[in-house]
Design a protein around this ligand. Structure first.
Ligand code: SIN
Length: 373
């Protein structure tokens, strides 16, 4: 019997562990569909879904050995660009494809991340079981998208609060009446400066666990937001590189991104309030348990214990992992679209290709837990 068929019952924490541990091949949609039933029982439906998924997986990976398959890739050009199937995505892609949900539908958009959720009106107070299921889907797909959600600022905040306490950003402009919402208002005078891969606020000791971004006014073309799966980015590293970064810690600092906005006495006050912090270079997701590459171009400044040149070289290599297109999905915004990302599992990048058009967005960020090895 395939190990997936014997997938154990969910763990008993505050949140069910909705995602199979890293390295397993298939998820537990059967567990999720029949919450409350005997968790170890396997039905015909489960077997059918599982068998179909295994057959697909076997078709993609006939030798069963991703290492061998990767060895058949080609390298092109002076930079030795690697060309060929990104085989390590297959298991997670197939796992997501097999998921089913009780209170809404999700259409998967990227190989290993991104789901468009249909069937919910976020302006309504949603029942606890819907929020619980949405939280599990959020962990699985890493970023969820919604269309046509006409929310007021209050409704946006109310929805975000269902997932935890909200942060107030000390450097970015906030909504005048509701400081829990960061307001990104771009036009011909104020261009977009969010076009670099980053997790939000990793300069905090406890960075946000997620963010919910709502489009208010968007350009006809351009202004998309892109997302990168940082578990795929970690798993795509060579074994040598994985060994090299194991146990390393990096510094994160707001100065590069926001230093220019702080003047005079505020500078010393902010430094005292937000000292340079350290986070592991590879963290584990508190719910899925997946390893995630956790350094980003905006806020990570140095790897602790390495000579500056070695630290810079390693960071350049690690930052570049987020450029791999197969790890991405992207959203083209309409007014009233919403993106809800897991700020540990993905980095994001707001394409700044719409100047001098207007683009107005508001973001609520949910307080997380301190990232750990
Ligand atoms: C952000 O970096 O959080 C803003 C993303 C966006 O405006 O698309």
């Amino acid at each position: 019997m395939h190990p997936a068929v014997m997938h154990p019952a969910r763990s008993g924490g505050a949140w069910p562990r909705s995602v199979a541990p890293a390295g397993s091949t298939l998820g537990d949609s059967g567990d999720r569909r029949r919450a409350g039933e005997d968790e170890m029982s396997i039905t015909d439906d489960d077997l059918e879904t599982t068998t179909a998924a295994i057959a697909k997986l076997e078709g993609i990976e006939p030798s069963g050995d991703i290492g061998e398959f990767n060895a058949r890739k080609l390298t092109f050009g002076p930079d030795k660009a690697v060309i060929g199937p990104v085989a390590h995505l297959a298991a997670e892609r197939i796992r997501l494809t097999a998921l089913e949900w009780e209170h809404f539908e999700v259409r998967q958009v990227g190989a290993t991340l991104g789901g468009i959720v249909k069937g919910l009106d976020l302006s309504e107070p949603l029942a606890d079981e819907v929020i619980d299921e949405l939280h599990r889907a959020w962990v699985d797909y890493k970023v969820l998208f919604f269309r046509d959600q006409e929310l007021t600022a209050e409704q946006h905040i109310d929805f975000a609060r269902r997932f935890g306490e909200l942060e107030v950003h000390p450097f970015l402009r906030n909504n005048d009446d509701r400081p829990e919402l960061v307001r990104f208002a771009k036009d011909a005078d104020t261009g977009g400066y969010e076009n670099g891969w980053h997790h939000d606020v990793t300069w905090r000791e406890v960075p946000s666990k997620g963010a919910i971004l709502r489009a208010i006014e968007v350009p006809e073309t351009g202004g998309d937001t892109l997302f990168c799966d940082m578990n795929a980015a970690y798993e795509g590293l060579s074994d040598d590189l994985k060994d090299r970064i194991e146990g390393l810690v990096a510094e994160h600092d707001y100065m590069q991104a926001f230093g220019h906005t702080i003047t005079g006495a505020d500078a010393a006050m902010m430094r005292e309030k937000y000292p340079v912090v350290e986070h592991p270079v590879v963290i584990h997701h508190p719910i899925s348990g997946k390893p995630l590459l956790y350094v980003n171009r905006f806020f990570t400044t140095r790897i602790v214990g390495l000579e500056p040149a070695e630290s810079d070289d390693l960071l350049v290599t690690l930052f570049a992992q987020a450029n791999t297109l197969e790890y991405h999905c992207r959203l083209h915004w309409h007014p009233n679209s919403i993106a809800m990302w897991d700020n540990l599992a993905v980095q994001h990048y707001a394409s700044s290709d719409y100047w001098p058009d207007i683009r107005v967005m508001e973001r609520a960020s949910i307080v997380g837990v301190r990232p750990t090895f």
